[in-house]
Design a protein around this ligand. Sequence first.
Ligand code: C2O
Length: 547
Amino acid sequence: SVTRHYKFDIKLRNVTRLCHSKGIVTVNGKFPGPRVVAREGDRLVVKVVNHVPNNVSIHWHGVRQLQSGWADGPSYITQCPIQTGQSYVYNFTIVGQRGTLFWHAHFSWLRATLYGPLILLPRRNESYPFRKPYKEVPILFGEWWNADPEAVIAQALQTGAGPNVSDAYTINGLPGPLYNCSNNDTYRLKVKPGKTYLLRLINAALNDELFFSIANHTLVTVEADASYVKPFESEIIVIGPGQTSNVLLKTKPEYPNTTFFMLARPYFTGMGTFDNSTVAGILEYKKPLNTVNTPPLKPSLPAINDTSYVANFSSKFFSLNSAKYPAKVPQKVDKSFFFTVGLGTSPCPKNQTCQGPNNSSKFAASMNNISFALPSIALLQQHFFRHANNNGSYTTDFPAMPLMPFNYTGTPPNNTRVSNGTKTVVIPFNTSVQVVLQDTSILGAESHPLHLHGYNFYVVGQGSGNFNPNTDPPKFNLVDPVERNTVGVPSGGWVAIRFLADNPGVWLMHCHFDVHLSWGLRMAWIVEDGKLPNQKLPPPPADLPKC
Ligand code: C2O
């Protein structure tokens, strides 16, 4: 294994989409950002220099960060943000992972333009557990606002209403021909007949799970969130923000006499408005001379709110669980948690009329009715230097169960209020953890892509309606469940995950819809050091940014 060095200069660049030009925050002037490539076992050293007025930090989404929690990147969780004119070196090793991940900014909504592929190849002498593809192609889904995304979320938080929806979805930064003024900004994948292409799918959109399909072609999923899965075929992929997947695309044996649209469009069941437009790219075969142009064929996609398609699709994922890549599902549970996940409202001050939903002051989102407030000094710093219980600004009393149980997917109670807090759960090293994540129908049922930092977890069970603690656990898959870092909590349903807390540090868990993240749908796990030297978090690097 080797050490690979990258330099990220955070700087502004003028970009035009949909006939709107604006300055966007980029890495090295690239949009989407540069590809970062490493093999399993390699060390990555990325120097990030901030040349823009915004604060920034970079998260290596899905990287285990074993004993390198200082390099994880979420602002105010593992580090204070990198301020204008300052720099920070992210230094970490890729342990036991290969596949597709991505990197993105983890400060406010900056990831709208600051994101790029993180490609983890197998060790040099190792091959894929599937036939070597002819070519590998990153496909990044994103979201574009004609306005500045930072202004969009700032305004939403101020008024308490939902943010303005995006103006387009993008494939590799391009909205494609179904939007006005966008014909020339179309992603084209040029292919040869009779070959297998590995598409590295990355959903970097901010607020939408997506359906994706290529007309007249079948896709074989072989990997999810940088873990191999049992291969399965489908025409339509569902991918949530924060999820990544490798799929094989077999091209037609001969020139098929046409071009094909690849389309992506949201899956959405929540309340309020969303961007229900469609991004198109084109799959283009190199055509023989003298062939006439025909318009591209369109794939059909499920209805916007087709929850049963989504449930069926997610039930197709299983760990590869081969001799070489065994699933290591925790068989026993040391600590069990039940977290509700959903929207709520923050209370309207007494004797006032408020603008938010149900005369509340604002939209809020919460787990166990607690909307997580960011501290002013990074939690990991506070934890490492033992600020808690003296001058710490966080507490360790995040509840293991909701404070008031109710019928989560039935009629919501009158009180939909949430309270603010910087609450964490402290668990000893090597605790085997189970978390049941239950969607609530407060302010409408909605699917939530829940992401855990610093770990992969096994998705041992899922279902619709209320989780039943007596009848559901006996049906859990403890043999070959899929291993992921982001799972969709089904709209009006639940999902159960397990992980072994073998990585000391402070680890954020949150909804990967940026609007829900901004509204507080997040909490943090504090995993204590173990006894042995290789079970402890080392001290922070000297250049760790200060608040
Ligand atoms: Cu990809 Cu905390 O996020």
